[in-house]
Design a protein around this ligand. Structure first.
Ligand code: 6R9
Length: 653
């Protein structure tokens, strides 16, 4: 560990800070006292946060951790999650407030008020009930970003059924394994989806996936593109035919605080995907609490936009549950960010006066690649908080985001969390925290995280190691669907003696004690005994003016253990990618980080392999770097990317 700490010491040299403006701080939801309040008594603090929700029956105990690692929060409390996200806002007189400004990729739009959302969710709940779906049943949803996706999720929550949302672009094989694992009774999908200006089929893929799937009784199909679809009589139903005629009255039933809400599959490093299980009361409490403070959200004033897909946990917690519980007005956009032009997001921000914008570093770097002239063409003055999630954000991208999207003035919140944590765990608080580009900084009030060494001892300031969560939190996963043993093994065995949750991320403290996330532990390279984070090297590469994007892997090396291999996309008009340019980049990294981090090899490529949530699949790049046959590509957003990379390399480009 000392080796790692000393190596990491030299890696992070970022020292810019951005204090909150007085004006922002004066009106901010959060104040510094939130930390001391939570520290004084964590359970009282969380009980207070749970009061954000409507409970039909109040809990008798805040936390029951007696059967660790299986937590119970707000024990014996009862609530209905959908009622909290929809009905209560109508009852408090906000039925006419727009809940969703929906923007279709071809340019069609729909504004949905809370009153309308209540009617739609009630009808969909009645529709599911009419098919015999009840509490504890599982409903798989494979839909693009159409309003019905949100309605379907809330309809499940309303009747106590669990949804399992499967990303719209996942392959039939991936969908099938998830349907089988959860034994889903109903699948909800659409005829097709618009991507990059074209209609692509969905239903046909679903049919392929469901061939012989015994648990599935009905398939509900949302009409979106209007294209012809294959049809199985007796099994398939059109959403509009089934739902539109249902009664608008549905009385939400109060379920136990620990009633299961959803399953969301996430890939582990190996093996089959894990069905992460979330429950109701604690999950909704933390989703609402974090959305309120981290984004400084003011209901009725802000227009919020989280660009995630509902197939990803960010879409669950920060499009559906947290924001709607907080009576948000939000933008939901169906399509890709460069259709029909690269200013599409900024055009939408301008039109709806979006004030809070939450996206992923990969998209920010893409915006950088497209150039700052594009956001500059639009009026973005409504923006007041920017957020980032999904991977470590390199300081260059952070600063670019603030300067070119946030008018050099808005707070940028870098939010660390996982599918498993359910909600944001580590993040600056806008108006309170003096921000540091590239650092998620501090656990939120009520949350406890530590950086520890192999022996689970906390490292000191300036030291690096593993990120652990040392106290249970309300929105924590309650297990892996159907596999308690894997749950214990994956998250709780590594530091079992101390009972810490192992997050799988490397992290370090800086000299102020702020946390810097360094990427997955399996993304930390070991070169001649020095551990170097792939993120660090990538960050150095993208800080060079010719580089648009970079991905770095550790490839096995006979002398040094691992050697650093970098894949870079050069900026369109920059350079030819010849030997000289590559040499300059190697030197640049050496200059930025130190000679130890100088890549052994840099390959110029046209694209990088990414999952649908924008994470670079380093495993595949490692295959290329180590001259192996490329492994399983089924979870790539675009499975042809690997061919593109391999053929480009062979032709010497
Ligand atoms: C919400 C989400 C979780 C993993 C996590 C970490 C990485 C997410 C991050 C971040 C550094 C951030 N990650 N946010 N790393 N800084 N702000 O992304 O969930 O898809 O389950 O991924 O993503 O490695 O462990 P999920």
């Amino acid at each position: 560990m000392t080796e790692q700490s000393s190596a990491l010491d030299n890696l992070l040299t970022e020292s810019r800070t951005f204090p909150p403006s007085e004006e922002f701080a004066a009106k901010a939801n959060a104040g510094a006292e939130l930390y001391s309040e939570a520290d004084a008594d964590r359970e009282t603090f969380w009980a207070k946060q749970a009061e954000r929700l409507h409970w039909d029956t109040k809990w008798t105990q805040v936390l029951d951790w007696s059967n660790a690692p299986f937590a119970k929060w707000f024990v014996s409390g009862k609530l209905n999650v959908a009622y909290n996200c929809v009905d209560r806002h109508v009852e408090s007189g906000h039925g006419d407030q727009v809940a969703i400004h929906w923007v279709g990729e071809p340019g069609d739009t729909r504004d949905i008020t809370y009153a309308e959302l209540k009617r739609e969710v009630s009808k969909a709940a009645n529709a599911l009930l009419s098919l015999g779906v009840g509490a504890h049943d599982r409903v798989a949803i494979q839909l693009q970003m159409v309003p019905e996706a949100i309605v379907a999720m809330l309809a499940c929550a309303r009747i106590g059924a669990l949804h399992s949302v499967v990303f719209g672009g996942f392959s039939p094989t991936a969908l099938r394994s998830r349907v089988d694992d959860a034994q889903a009774k109903v699948v909800i999908t659409s005829d097709g989806q618009y991507r990059r200006g074209k209609a692509a089929p969905m239903k046909a893929n679903v049919d392929q996936a469901l061939d012989g799937a015994e648990s599935v009784e009905k398939v509900i199909v949302v009409r979106r593109t209007g294209d012809d679809v294959p049809w199985t009589e007796g099994r398939d139903l059109w959403w509009h035919e089934l739902v539109d005629g249902q009664s608008e009255d549905h009385k939400p039933e109060a379920f136990d605080s620990e009633h299961p809400l959803y399953i969301l599959y996430t890939s582990g490093t190996t093996g089959k995907p894990k069905g992460i299980l979330h429950t109701s009361g604690g999950y909704l409490t933390q989703a609402a609490y974090t959305h309120h403070y981290v984004f400084d959200h003011k209901p009725g004033e802000d227009v919020y936009w989280c660009t995630a897909d509902i197939g990803w946990v960010t879409g669950h917690s920060y499009i559906v549950y947290g924001p709607l519980a907080n009576r948000v007005t939000q933008v939901v956009y169906e399509g890709t960010p460069n259709t029909p032009h690269e200013g599409r997001h900024w055009e939408i921000v301008q039109k709806y006066k979006v004030s809070i914008y939450y996206t992923a570093p990969t998209l920010i770097r893409t915006f950088m690649k497209w150039g700052k002239d594009i956001p500059a063409k639009y009026d973005l003055s409504s923006l007041r908080v920017l957020g980032s999630v999904g991977e470590p954000i390199n300081p260059e991208a952070w600063v670019w985001y603030r300067e070119n999207v946030g008018a050099n003035a808005t707070p940028v919140v870098d939010t660390w969390w996982q599918t498993e944590t359910g909600a944001i765990m580590i993040s600056p608080l806008p108006g309170v925290t003096e921000a540091k580009p590239g650092s998620a900084q501090r656990p939120l009030p009520g949350i406890s995280a530590k950086v520890v060494d192999d022996k689970a001892d906390e490292v000191g300031k300036g030291g690096g190691g593993y990120l652990v969560l040392d106290k249970p939190w309300p929105s924590m996963l309650r297990g892996i669907w159907g596999d308690d043993e894997r749950y214990r093994e994956t998250y709780w065995s590594r530091f079992a003696d101390k009972g810490f949750y192992f997050a799988g991320d490397g992290a370090k403290y800086d000299n102020d004690g702020d946390i810097w996330l360094l990427g997955r532990v399996d993304d930390v390279m070991n070169v001649s005994g020095h551990r170097i984070s792939t993120t660090e090297v990538e960050s150095a590469l993208v800080s060079h003016p010719t580089v648009a994007e970079a991905a770095v892997v550790g490839a096995s090396d006979p002398t040094t253990g691992q050697g650093i291999v970098a894949f870079v996309i050069l900026r369109g008009d920059a350079v030819d990618g010849g030997e000289e340019a590559v040499q300059e980049l190697r030197n640049h990294v050496a200059k930025e980080i130190g000679p130890i981090a100088k890549p052994r090899q840099i390959m110029v490529v046209p694209e990088l392999p990414k999952t649908r949530s924008g994470k670079i699949m380093r495993r595949l790049l490692r295959d290329v770097a180590e001259n192996r046959e490329v492994g399983d590509v089924t979870t790539l957003a675009d499975s042809s990317v690997m061919d593109l990379i391999s053929s480009g390399l062979q032709s010497g480009k």
